[in-house]
Design a protein around this ligand. Structure first.
Ligand SMILES: CC(C)(COP(=O)(O)OP(=O)(O)OC[C@H]1O[C@@H](n2cnc3c(N)ncnc32)[C@H](O)[C@@H]1OP(=O)(O)O)[C@@H](O)C(=O)NCCC(=O)NCCS
Length: 181
């Protein structure tokens, strides 16, 4: 039997074997979300962004901070800049409880589809050379390493600079092609 139903506007479904189907909603951050964002940020990074940093992004006309909510809980967020036909991904984080359920992928898809709709041709990011989870995720979205930036992070770790060229096709079917809708 096939069931059809209509989702509330702006809502989507996410799910996996470990986390049954859930509704999620992605919307832009506002100053009222700051405490929730900082709580996740502190769980995700040894050197978290400060409140001032997030507020600066909210005031920056080039920046977008998308928040992904599941049943009232902040599951993840992505901060990006659109500059001169390029999408720069500055921060992508999924709260530990929600990892490996497609949250990071959903946020990247949203950033790709909005970027492409606004004429973005390439995406760039920096990632710690030791961050295998994030590097794996980005590779599935068609990013490739273009060079290594020495001592990029405050603790002296190097970064890979990664690029995704939207003119090229991407490697893995389910994650890679950006949603152009
Ligand atoms: C990196 C991060 C954002 C991934 O978020 P996520 O919501 O768990 O990612 P997804 O569930 O969409 O994962 C999609 C794919 O990425 C890869 N991936 C994600 N986490 C991984 C891990 N821990 N190890 C290996 N591969 C991983 C897998 O290929 C995964 O697909 P699969 O689950 O079908 O195997 C999350 O681990 C995180 O917030 N880390 C701390 C903050 C951080 O390092 N951010 C990146 C800064 S550059």
């Amino acid at each position: 039997m096939i069931l059809f139903f209509t989702l509330p506007r702006g809502c989507h479904i996410i799910g996996s074997r470990a986390m049954p189907m859930k509704l999620f909603d992605i919307r832009p951050m506002t100053p009222a979300d700051l405490d929730a964002v900082l709580a996740v940020e502190r769980q995700c990074y040894a050197h978290p962004w400060s409140a001032g940093f997030f507020l600066q992004e909210l005031a920056n006309p080039l920046a977008t901070v998308d928040l992904l909510w599941i049943e009232g809980a902040l599951a993840g967020y992505l901060c990006s800049w659109r500059v001169d036909g390029e999408l720069h991904i500055l921060n992508l984080a999924t709260a530990p409880l929600f990892r490996r359920h497609g949250i990071g992928s959903a946020l990247l898809r949203r950033a790709f589809s909005h970027g492409i709709a606004q004429g973005v041709e390439k995406a760039f990011l920096e990632v710690r050379v030791s961050n295998e989870a994030a590097i794996d995720l980005y590779r599935h979205f068609g990013f490739r390493t273009i060079f290594r930036r020495p001592c990029y992070y405050p603790d002296g770790e190097d970064a890979w600079v990664m690029e995704r060229d939207f003119a090229e096709s991407a490697p893995r079917g389910d994650l890679a092609p950006p949603d152009r809708g």
